[in-house]
Ligand binder design. Structure first.
Ligand code: NAD
Length: 455
């Protein structure tokens, strides 16, 4: 099939490369000329395991190309995927302006292409952006007014996880397609057949159900995380260990093991904005999704709760202290820092007058680009970040942080204390090594100092 992908960010780029991988001819279009330039040279503007090879192969085979000319992307496309941002609006609702601006340009260009070049055939506009219930219907009306009987809208929410995006796209757990016209549903099903050969389901449904499925999935995962974070606070009070509780719960098949890790809270470009948008949709219908509202609130508090542990340890005096931070990305294996807990914590450290030495395996360029005014020391390695620091905060569970060389780390740290927002280490081990260790939902270890919080 001939396909255009509008917006080649995290989702659009993986979608474009993933669709080319099964033989489709795909053109990716983006308004960012630098991105298009880089991509045309075979360089990925984002860090995503496996993406470079996928890009290289499909560019070389001539199945994948990129352009900043919308007309070039869509002239011959039977399917036009929208992978545009849907950020939070002022009341938490999804801001659809990117989607409708792009729809407007697509409609205008398709009219011109039909008039000037006589190229006119039915096309499917596929929404991959996470959009509130009712958007596909709105898009259909929008196109019907401008190009009657030529455009069919399909909702095809994306469930990929950053860090595993290529794998998730090529072998999805399930594919969800919402559309009205049976031939559209069938065409979309055909498109995804090569990705579901192992028997994973392709669910064909109506627009509204498809749109809501995406929000429901993200909100439910966020609920699990917030549940565990709230429970972790109780664990600390009653002397329980959240890790044991998690293991004991998660072994129950009805519950499952994933998304049960307590920590410094979730971040990223999806859970925070999607939970807000779902709650906002409910409010528009005079409903309150109180579980989702609570999830958002707990997540917000969790960062503060972690931060208070840091402040308490230093008795509220961070001015002039040097602290190390490991991990900025909102999760490992991505350079995405959108709404990452680290952003709040870094800002609070700087506001309190601390000197901060920060390390992340891939996300530092994004941090520097987004917050050039922050006076941070960008360390070339984890151990360099720790040098002469009076404490280390771990905010992303990168694999390389899991088994540090304790001798080197202890030598580098001026004060051996770790605040672990991701529960990477065993408190008993920390006791043996002689490190003060403050984690989440587990008893603190004061092995180095008798530094129990001041009363
Ligand atoms: N990132 C994820 O893990 C993920 C997962 C599932 C769904 N989603 C959803 O997918 C959508 C896209 O998310 P993302 O993370 O890829 O965003 P992104 O910001 O990484 O990418 C969006 C791209 O769209 C481009 N763009 C903006 N306006 C444009 C226009 N008018 N024409 C062409 N290009 C334009 C931007 O330059 C950017 O490259 C969002 O709705 C998001 O909620 C994201």
């Amino acid at each position: 099939m001939r396909i255009a992908v509008i917006g080649v960010g995290y989702v659009g780029l993986v979608t474009a490369a993933g669709l080319a991988e099964t033989g489709n001819i795909v053109i990716g279009y983006d308004i960012d000329p630098q991105k298009v330039n880089k991509l045309s040279q075979g360089k990925s503007p984002i860090y995503e395991p496996g993406l470079d090879r996928l890009l290289e192969r499909n560019l070389q085979e001539g199945r994948l190309s990129f352009t900043n000319q919308l007309a070039e992307a869509i002239t011959h496309a039977e399917l036009i995927f929208l992978a545009l941002p849907t950020p939070s609006g002022t009341e938490g609702e999804a801001d659809l302006s990117f989607v409708f601006q792009a729809a407007d340009s697509i409609a205008a260009n398709l009219c011109q292409i039909a008039e000037k070049e006589g190229i006119l055939f039915p096309r499917i506009i596929v929404s991959k952006s996470t959009v509130p219930v009712g958007t596909a219907r709105r898009l259909q009306r929008f196109f019907d007014e401008r190009l009657p009987n030529q455009i069919y809208v399909a909702s095809n929410p994306e469930f990929l996880r950053e860090g595993y995006a290529v794998e998730d796209f090529l072998k999805p757990d399930r594919v969800v397609i919402g559309a009205v016209h049976p031939p559209v549903l069938e065409k979309m099903r055909q498109l995804y057949l090569p990705y579901t050969r192992q028997g994973n389901p392709i669910y064909l449904m109506d627009w509204e159900s498809a749109e809501l499925t995406k929000y429901a999935a993200n909100a439910f995962l966020a609920v699990r995380i917030s549940f565990m974070n709230e429970l972790a606070r109780l664990c600390e009070q009653v002397g329980a260990n959240i890790d044991w509780v998690r293991l004991g719960m998660g072994a129950d098949n009805r519950i499952g093991r994933r998304y049960l890790f307590a920590g410094v809270g979730y971040g990223g470009s999806c859970f925070p904005k999607d939970t807000r948008a779902l709650a906002a949709t409910a409010r528009q219908y005079n409903l309150s999704l109180s579980l989702v509202e609570a999830t958002i609130q707990i997540n917000h508090l969790q960062r503060k709760y972690f931060w208070e542990k840091v402040q308490t340890y230093y008795r509220g005096n961070l001015r002039g202290r040097t602290l190390a931070v490991w991990g900025v990305a909102f999760k490992p294996d991505t350079d995405d820092i959108r709404e990452a807990p680290a952003l709040d914590i870094l800002q609070w450290l700087l506001t309190e007058g601390a000197t901060v030495r920060v390390f992340d395996p891939v996300a530092l360029p994004n941090l520097q680009k987004q917050y050039p005014e922050w006076p941070l020391y960008y360390a070339p390695s984890a151990y360099e970040a720790a040098r002469e620091a009076e404490g280390l905060l771990i905010l992303t569970e990168w694999g390389e942080f899991r088994q540090p060389d304790w001798d080197t780390l202890k030598q580098n740290l001026k004060l051996p204390v770790i605040f672990d927002g991701r529960n990477l280490y065993d408190p008993k081990e920390m006791e043996k090594i002689g490190i003060d260790y403050i984690s989440v939902g587990r008893a603190p270890v004061y092995a180095y100092s008798s530094h129990a919080p001041s009363s």
